[in-house]
Ligand binder design. Structure first.
Ligand code: C5P
Length: 440
C-alpha cells in the first residue's frame, strides 16, 4: 500500500529561498518550479550578486510573489519586514550558498537582507553550497562550514564534477535539484512523519551524514537495460531501452545507503557509484543473476526484457539465401518473466517488489492488470509511444500504481523519478516488511 499521508507532506508548507550570487543560481528556477509543483509556497530573497546571474523578474514569475532584494527598501520593510521573512516560514534554503555568504553567516553578519534574515530566524536552515573547488577546499571556507554545522545549519553537498569554468573540476558543484528536493522533503516532513511513526526522514542532509542513509542495512536489487537474444553469433533480438531509468534508480538507492545490486543488460552507461553491477546479455542470464542477488528487501524491475528468444540460436552465422525463398525461419519461444518469478517466490520474496509497465496505449488499464498478473506491489507505468521521447530520453512521466490506487507524477527527469521512487520506497518499506514477516 502507498502510505497516503506521505503524498500530502508538503501541503501548506512555506520555504524562504535565499539565492546567492553564483553561476549555479539558474538552477534555482527549476528548484522553485519543483517546489511549487509540491504546493510549497516559495518566498525568495536574492543577494545583489545573485541578480547578476538571474533576474528578480523571472524568479517572481515562477513564485507568483514579489522578490525581496533590499534590506533598506522602505516598501519591503513596511509590507513584510526582514523579521517576518525570517519567521513566517517552515524552512530557509540557501542555494547556491557561496563562499562569501557562508563566511558572513558563520561570522553572524547582518549587512544585507539575506544575512539579516538568517541571523533573525528561528527556523531550520539548509545551505546548499556551490563554488570553485579551490574556494571550497580553502581552510577559511572549511572552517566556516564546520562552524555552521556546529551551529545547527544543515549543509548539503557540494557535489564533485566539472565546473562552469573551462577545465576546472573537483568538489564544488551545486547538487542536482532532485537531491535538494529530497533533502527539503526530509526537513519539511520531519514533524509530520514523526507523528505517524514512519521511518526517520533524511534529517541531517550533509551528504556524508549517515542520518540521510535511511536504507542503511537494506539491500536493493535493480534490473535495467534491454536484453539481447541471439539469433546466431552475430545477430540478436533487442529493443531500444537505454537503461537510464534503472541506472538512476540504482544510484538513488545507493545514495540512501542501501547495498545495491544492479543486474544490467547491454547498455553503454558507466557503473553508478557504490553499486555492485552484474552485466548480463540474455533474459535467462538476467533471471539467474537476479536470483543470485537475493535476499533483497526491495526489488525494482526496470529492465526491458525481451519477451521472446530464438528457440535454437544457430552456432554459425546464418548465410543469406538460407531457408525457404532465401529467408530463414526463426522459431521464437517465450522468455522467463523475471519480475513474475521473483514476485511469486514463497521464500526470499523481497518485501517490496516494483515493476515497470511501458505501454503505447491504454496505459493505466494495462498497468493495473500487470500489477495483479505479475504479483508486484507497485507498478510504475509510463507511456513510451514514439514522440514522447521517453524511451532512450532523459525525462519520464509516470503513474505509480498500487493496491491503494494511482498517483500521477508530473513530467520530470529520470533522475528525479528515481529519487522520488526510492524516497517513497524507503518511507513505506517498514509497512511491507511487516506484511512480509506476517506472510512467511
Ligand atoms: O510484461 P511486460 O514486459 O510489459 O512487463 C514489464 C515489467 O516486467 C517490467 O518491470 C519488466 O522489467 C518485467 N519483466 C521481466 N521479465 C520479463 C518481462 C518483463 O522482469 N521477461
Amino acid at each position: 500500500m502507498l502510505a497516503p499521508q506521505r503524498v500530502k507532506i508538503f501541503v501548506a508548507k512555506r520555504v524562504v529561498l535565499i539565492i546567492g550570487g553564483g553561476i549555479a543560481a539558474y538552477k534555482c528556477l527549476d528548484l522553485i518550479r519543483r517546489l511549487r509543483e509540491r504546493e510549497v509556497q516559495v518566498r525568495v530573497v536574492m543577494t545583489s550578486a545573485a541578480q547578476h546571474f538571474i533576474t528578480p523578474l523571472s524568479v517572481s514569475a515562477l513564485t507568483n510573489e514579489r522578490v525581496f532584494t533590499n534590506l533598506f527598501d522602505l516598501d519591503d520593510e513596511r509590507e513584510i519586514g526582514h523579521i517576518r521573512l525570517a519567521r513566517d516560514c517552515d524552512l530557509i534554503v540557501i542555494a547556491p550558498a557561496t563562499a562569501d555568504l557562508l563566511a558572513r553567516m558563520a561570522g553572524g553578519h547582518a549587512n544585507d537582507l539575506a544575512t539579516s534574515v538568517l541571523l533573525a530566524t528561528d527556523k531550520p536552515v539548509l545551505a546548499v553550497p556551490a563554488m570553485n573547488p579551490h574556494m571550497w577546499m580553502n581552510k577559511a571556507t572549511q572552517r566556516n562550514v564546520a562552524q555552521l554545522k556546529a551551529d545547527g545549519v544543515h549543509v548539503l553537498g557540494p557535489a564533485a564534477g566539472e565546473m562552469a569554468e573551462r577545465g576546472e573540476a573537483g568538489v564544488g558543484r551545486l547538487l542536482e535539484v532532485p537531491q535538494i528536493i529530497t533533502a527539503v522533503e526530509g526537513l519539511l516532513g520531519g514533524d509530520q512523519t514523526a507523528k505517524t511513526a514512519a521511518p526517520p526522514p533524511p534529517h541531517d542532509v550533509s551528504l556524508a551524514s549517515p542520518r540521510q542513509h535511511v536504507l542503511t542495512g537494506r539491500s536493493v536489487l535493480v534490473t535495467a537495460g534491454p536484453t539481447h537474444e541471439p539469433i546466431d553469433p552475430v545477430r540478436y533480438i533487442a529493443n531500444r531501452s537505454s537503461g537510464k531509468q534503472g541506472y538512476a534508480i540504482a544510484a538513488a538507492a545507493a545514495r540512501l545507503g542501501a547495498r545495491v545490486t544492479l543486474v544490467s543488460g547491454p547498455v553503454s552507461l558507466p557503473d553508478p557509484a557504490g553499486v555492485d553491477v552484474v552485466r548480463v546479455v540474455t533474459a535467462a542470464e538476467m533471471l539467474e543473476a537476479a536470483q543470485a542477488a537475493l535476499p533483497a528487501d526491495i526489488a525494482i524491475f526496470a529492465a526491458a526484457v525481451a519477451d521472446w528468444r530464438v528457440a535454437k540460436p544457430k552456432p554459425e552465422k546464418i548465410k543469406k539465401g538460407h531457408g525457404e525463398a532465401g529467408v530463414p525461419k526463426l522459431t521464437l519461444t517465450e522468455n522467463p518473466d523475471i519480475l513474475k518469478t521473483i514476485a511469486h517466490l514463497k521464500r526470499r520474496r523481497p518485501a517490496l517488489v516494483i515493476g515497470f509497465a511501458a505501454e503505447t496505449q491504454t496505459l493505466v488499464a494495462h498497468a493495473r492488470r500487470k500489477l495483479k498478473r505479475k504479483g508486484a506491489d507497485w507498478i510504475v507505468a509510463n507511456d513510451v509511444s514514439p514522440g514522447t521521447g521517453i524511451m532512450g530520453g532523459d525525462h519520464n512521466a509516470v503513474h505509480l500504481l498500487s493496491a491503494a490506487g494511482i498517483e500521477s507524477w508530473p513530467d520530470m527527469s529520470k533522475d528525479e523519478v528515481a529519487e522520488r521512487l526510492m524516497a517513497r520506497a524507503a518511507a513505506d518499506l517498514s509497512h511491507y516488511l511487516t506484511a512480509r514477516t506476517a506472510a512467511e
